[in-house]
Design a protein around this ligand. Structure first.
Ligand SMILES: [Zn+2]
Length: 469
């Protein structure tokens, strides 16, 4: 056992999927030309006044409810003051002392708070001239929620797992697209170590803006090692903000960690307290969709599939939808689950594709499974049809016809082949008849070979048994 215990807390920023920004009517769309979605409010012009986006509040409440939080009747927007070239107002509107949602839980991990805030703009340093940087204010004022966990995660794997579950919930709720690459979901990780068994928290460092599950694991693992080495050498961990450098595989000191009082928070005089009506909260509660955990329980029960399968199938909303669509077209849930779990997920990995990007429609996979069950094609031929459907998006029937994969279920044709093989294999016939029943497998193999894998295996077995006596 290690001498030290790791303590991790995550602050996750999620960009809300609203059409417009948090305090003005500018578009919140990602990827538009620089500085095309700006106005006096989000660029901090004198005299411009903010107006709160109701849909953003609704999405924040939805998230709070899904994470078992209390939704405060009254919360307050505050100004967080700091200077940075991508922040024209000189302050960010956030919630400080009175956030909208508090005291939640995701599995065993406490959610301390969820507050609403606006994002800052973006600096572009890659301009071709090292002396020149550009500023794009399109992101200024886009709505974010910050979800703060308690310091209750104890390993990099556990932290990444929490982040995965959280992403899932946000995507299921349709409040965030979960795109970590584009930065619509990113996390700051606070990490410290302490002697095993100690209750006191050690000095923490904060790793800023980590934007992939792998980076979270790598950055935390590195940072734990670094802090352990510092302490072992008799040194002290310094409270600071660090950045993860993926190329080097290290974290690097960025700045000494600021404290809340550095920001001179105070209630924004331009905004009234946010008052949330209980009736509204109840109404939003009624619109919450089925989340992954509940869906997995339902899948296991309704479709009579193992809990493990149900867990995998519901881990991604779109995959769960794909499965249910298949079953709706052909109610053979266990067989369909097998094809998705074994073949489809493997191919998605190999092709580096997402379920939303594939050409094969759920009804096509469902029909192929039905064709195997009806004996039109063999299971082995099914694999070829499956790959062709993924490649081309064509219907299974068309592929079967083009490739001549239709299974032979004609008793006469199968009998003719079997008779020939029995005549040739007198020795093996004797062995079978003397009680070596496993020779049957050899005969099935020979028949299938002779018929190029197209014979109906069930019929081959039956006829062989009858003829061999
Ligand atoms: Zn604006």
């Amino acid at each position: 056992m290690s001498k030290y215990e790791t303590v991790i807390g995550l602050e996750v920023h999620a960009q809300l999927l609203t059409k417009t920004k948090l305090f003005c009517a500018c578009s919140a769309k990602f990827g538009d030309p620089p500085n095309s979605n700006i106005c006096p409010v989000c660029t901090g012009q004198a005299g411009a006044l903010p107006v709160l986006n109701k849909t953003a509040v609704e999405m924040a409440i939805k998230t709070g409810l899904a994470l078992n939080c209390e939704i405060r009747e009254k919360s307050i927007f505050a100004r967080k003051n700091y200077f940075y070239p991508d922040l024209p107002k000189g302050y960010q509107i956030s919630q400080y002392e009175k956030p909208l949602c508090v005291n939640g839980k995701l599995d065993h991990v406490p959610i301390v708070r969820i507050h609403m805030e606006e994002d800052a703009g973006k600096l572009l340093h890659d301009t071709g001239d090292p002396a020149v940087s550009h500023v794009d204010l399109n992101r200024c004022g886009t709505p974010l929620i910050e979800i703060v966990s308690g310091p209750d995660l104890h390993s990099p794997e556990e932290a990444a797992d929490y982040m995965r579950k959280l992403r899932n919930i946000l995507v299921y709720l349709e409040v965030c697209d979960g795109n970590m690459q584009e930065g619509s979901l990113r996390c700051d990780a606070n990490v410290s170590i302490r002697p095993a068994g100690s209750k006191k928290l050690g000095t923490r460092t904060e790793i800023k803006n980590v934007n992939s599950f792998k980076f979270i694991e790598n950055a935390l693992a590195y940072e734990i090692q670094r802090q352990t080495a510092v302490v072992e050498a008799g040194g002290k961990v310094i409270q600071e903000t660090r950045l993860w450098n993926q190329q080097k595989g290290t974290t690097e000191a960025m700045r000494s960690k600021e404290e809340a009082h550095d920001y001179r928070y105070f209630p924004d005089p331009d905004l009234l307290p946010l008052v949330v009506d209980r009736v509204w909260v109840e109404k939003i509660k009624g619109t919450l969709p089925e989340l992954a955990g509940e869906k997995a329980l339902r899948f296991a029960k309704q479709y009579n599939i193992p809990e493990y399968d149900a867990g995998v199938l519901t881990a991604q909303k779109e995959l769960a939808y794909y499965f249910e669509e298949c079953v709706r077209h052909h109610p053979s849930p266990k067989k369909i689950s097998n094809w998705i779990m074994a073949e489809l997920l493997r191919e998605l990995k190999v092709r580096d594709q997402d379920i939303t990007e594939i050409k094969m429609k759920p009804e096509q996979l469902a029909r192929m499974v039905a064709l195997i069950e009806q004996g039109t094609i063999s299971g082995a031929a099914g694999k070829g049809v499956f790959m062709a459907m993924l490649d081309t998006g064509k219907d299974p029937e068309a592929i079967i016809q083009a490739k001549g994969l239709e299974q032979v279920s004609d008793t006469g044709a199968i009998e003719t082949v079997i008779d020939k093989i029995i005549a040739k294999e007198a020795e093996n016939v004797k062995r079978y008849q003397s009680g070596k029943k496993n020779v049957l497998g050899f005969f099935v193999g020979e028949v299938m070979k002779a018929m190029k894998g197209k014979a109906n295996p069930k019929m081959v077995n039956e006829i062989l048994r009858k003829k061999l006596g």
